[in-house]
Write a protein that binds this ligand. Structure first.
Ligand SMILES: C[S@@+](CC[C@H](N)C(=O)[O-])C[C@H]1O[C@@H](n2cnc3c(N)ncnc32)[C@H](O)[C@@H]1O
Length: 289
């Protein structure tokens, strides 16, 4: 299986404005799809991912670039980008947020279409798993989490059902949880997405503290960029996109960046057809002044 198909490839290349021999940070290395493109254009890459599996995969694939010191890998959280990089002359930083296809197809609980333990940690060192939240939070806390991070309309009903069910047995697998959500929401033929999509999204965001990490990382990413360096973020849902949009606006008002994408860049119909996962991708980019 392909580890991950990179999205918005031409657009990322365009907006990163890759210069031969300059350093770029791929803050979400995944399967190294975007990193590969930067290397091919003559750029050098520091690749960061909190998932050790991603680092192992890319280390195998790009051993020559590593040997030639054109690629450095770091297993860590991009919320620590300033510490990891310790430089202020980087030419571009790319965030391609969310999960990789590899993570979705692994037995680590990210997907409702694979029966697996409810884990969802991108970094195995994270202390809390999805099952801990499902079995440990109060009903009101669960409802709040599903509503806020999943924009789930039936948040209260799903939370109520979870609390009822866990009195009988612990909820430990993706199938148990997905079946329970289906029993509350009922699957309708014309539904575009699986009924469990939003609850799974909410749990994944909470387990990996995704929104906070993004908020913490963006100013640091800007900080490590040299003058005219580019910062690119690809987001996959409105909660992330809002954070990016607001951050870019505030930085523009302070005269620190020039916004390069007045509206977010979205994939072409052809790309969506060949890679349905790209459907909700939005790319925003700024240049440091
Ligand atoms: C959508 S994939 C990136 C795919 C990559 N651009 C490619 O073309 O192969 C997102 C990756 O970001 C990683 N990730 C998510 N949040 C992170 C964080 N806070 N720190 C470091 N890596 C993170 C995930 O583990 C995942 O491998």
């Amino acid at each position: 299986m392909n580890f991950h198909t990179p999205v918005l490839v031409d657009e990322v290349i365009d907006y990163l404005n890759i210069q031969k021999g300059c350093w770029y940070i791929d803050a979400t290395l995944g399967g190294g799809g975007h990193t590969c493109l930067i290397l091919e254009k003559g750029g050098k890459v520091l690749g960061i991912d909190q998932d050790p599996q991603a680092i192992l995969e890319v280390a195998k694939k790009f051993n020559q670039a590593i040997a030639e010191k054109r690629l450095i890998l770091n297993q860590g959280n991009f919320a620590n980008i300033k510490k990891i990089v310790n430089d202020e002359t980087i030419s571009g930083v790319l965030f391609d947020l969310g999960v990789s296809s590899y993570q979705l197809s692994s037995l680590r609980g990210f997907s409702f279409s694979k029966d697996a333990p409810l884990d969802m940690r991108m970094d195995p060192k994270i202390g809390v798993q999805a099952a801990d939240l499902i079995n440990g939070l109060y009903e009101g806390e669960l409802a709040d989490l599903f509503g806020r991070l999943g924009e789930e309309k039936f948040a209260k009903k799903v939370a109520g059902k979870i609390v009822e069910e866990r009195k009988l047995r612990k909820i430990e697998t993706t199938k148990q949880l997905a079946d329970l959500i289906i029993s509350v929401k009922h699957r309708r033929v014309h539904d575009k997405i699986h009924p469990a999509t939003q609850v799974f999204q909410a749990l994944r965001i909470a387990v990996n503290d995704e929104l906070n990490n993004l908020k913490i990382a963006l100013p640091q990413a800007l900080n490590v960029l040299g003058k005219e360096g580019r910062l690119l973020v690809i987001s996959f849902h409105s909660l992330e996109d809002r954070i990016v949009k607001n951050f870019f606006r505030v930085m523009e008002d302070k005269g620190m960046v020039k916004i390069l994408t007045k509206k977010p860049i979205t994939p072409s119909e052809n790309e969506i057809l060949s890679n349905p996962r790209s459907r909700s991708a939005k790319l925003r980019a700024v240049e440091k002044i």
